[in-house]
Design a protein around this ligand. Structure first.
Ligand code: FES
Ligand SMILES: [Fe+2]
Length: 364
């Protein structure tokens, strides 16, 4: 297993950004005990929405979420409004993580009676947390896909693909790695380029694909990372779909992955049961993704890559990803230094260029 340090990404072990931590439907009326980004966390549903706090009480270190036998839990005074009560001595903490009641004490509450609270957002059935090792507020929002609310599209039911003993760097490498498309996915790439825009990393590519599109129908994709852990891929081929992949560090060098597909209805969509149809389409998409997964789950870490000139622009992709492991000023510096575009030697950069090459070889 390799860690952030092995990839020389930056001083912070965990990246800054929005990360998936649960599906909204997984959060019932008791707190969920989670572990992400190297921390034990509790997630509970307050009256104003989900609240995410570090798991341990500052009084004597009790885990606020792991209890069944206390009378705090049995008497159902564990959760009150947006607050959670510690099962050991009953101290109560608000959504901001500050202690707002000590049942047996009427003096002032010490300032140190505070737990770290993390910003959360709920959208598209997912709960996202904002992680910043320096506790800066979010400077962008997690992406919302407008097709989620469009009745002409069928929503995903997320695949929980579990954890991999893999650093997320290896997953992000996939964006630059156009040369694995043929061998692994059976794709014949016609064009490819990537673009860098601050916290976004966008890949444009098109070509044939053995599993995701019909024979002779080009599959064109626009795929982008919105920050370090959320990927959206618009895919236009024999049908139109939107793939959503989330990967969240669990510990340094271990990552958890979710996958979903939004499917646009078409004349081919069976009337009445579009959910079954969309689930089957998502399964096809998952099969292609699992081809990557099988590699990641069994490979050695590529701490450095034996890059040849005809490989994709790995080093630029790694530079882009490294920004999330840096303090704010250094992050901006990396963003400034990145080129707007990177390509791969031997592959046209755009559809137009690919078509031009084709026309030229036909004329010769
Ligand atoms: S350990 Fe939490 S209130 Fe005492
Ligand atoms: Fe891949």
């Amino acid at each position: 297993m390799a860690t952030t340090k092995d990839y020389r990404l930056g001083p912070n072990a965990f990246p800054r950004g929005w990360f998936m931590i649960a599906e909204d439907r997984e959060l019932g009326d008791t707190p969920l005990s989670l572990h992400y980004l190297g921390r034990d966390l509790i997630l509970y549903r307050g009256t104003s929405g989900p609240v995410l706090l570090d798991a341990y009480c500052p009084h004597m270190g009790t885990h606020l979420g792991k209890n069944e036998s206390s009378f705090v839990v049995q008497d159902k005074i564990w959760l009150e409004g947006d607050s959670i009560r510690c099962p050991y001595h009953g101290w109560r903490f608000g959504a901001d993580g500050r202690c707002n009641q000590i049942p047996y004490h009427d003096g002032p509450i010490p300032k140190a009676a505070r737990i770290r609270s993390w910003p959360v957002r709920v959208m598209m059935g997912c709960i996202f947390m904002w992680h910043d090792p320096e506790e800066r507020a979010p400077d962008y929002e997690p992406p919302f896909i407008p097709q989620w609310d469009d009745p002409n599209w069928v929503r995903w039911e997320l695949d929980h693909l579990g954890t991999l003993p893999t650093h997320p760097m290896e997953i992000v490498d996939n964006m630059a790695d156009i040369r694995h498309f043929d061998a692994l996915h059976g794709s014949t790439v016609s064009y490819f380029r990537v673009e860098f825009e601050g916290h976004r990393y966008i890949q444009y590519q098109g070509g044939g694909h053995r599993t995701l599109t019909a024979n002779d129908v080009m599959l064109e994709t626009v795929t982008y990372y919105d920050g370090p852990g959320l990927l959206i891929s618009h895919q236009y081929g024999s049908d139109t779909v939107l793939q959503f992949i989330c990967h969240t560090p669990v510990d340094d060098g271990v990552v958890e992955v979710w996958h979903g597909l939004l499917c646009q209805k078409s004349a081919a969509t069976p009337p009445g049961d579009d959910r079954t149809w969309a689930r089957a389409r998502q399964a096809v998409s998952r099969t292609a993704f699992v081809q990557d997964f099988e590699i990641w789950g069994n490979k050695l870490p590529a701490r450095s890559i034996l890059t040849i000139r005809s490989d994709g622009p790995f080093s630029k992709g790694r530079q882009w990803y490294g920004q999330f492991y840096q303090p704010a000023d250094r992050q901006r510096e990396i963003q400034r230094r990145l080129p707007a575009t990177a390509t791969c030697r031997g592959i046209p950069a755009s559809r137009e260029e690919a078509l031009g090459d084709l026309a030229q070889s036909a004329a010769e």
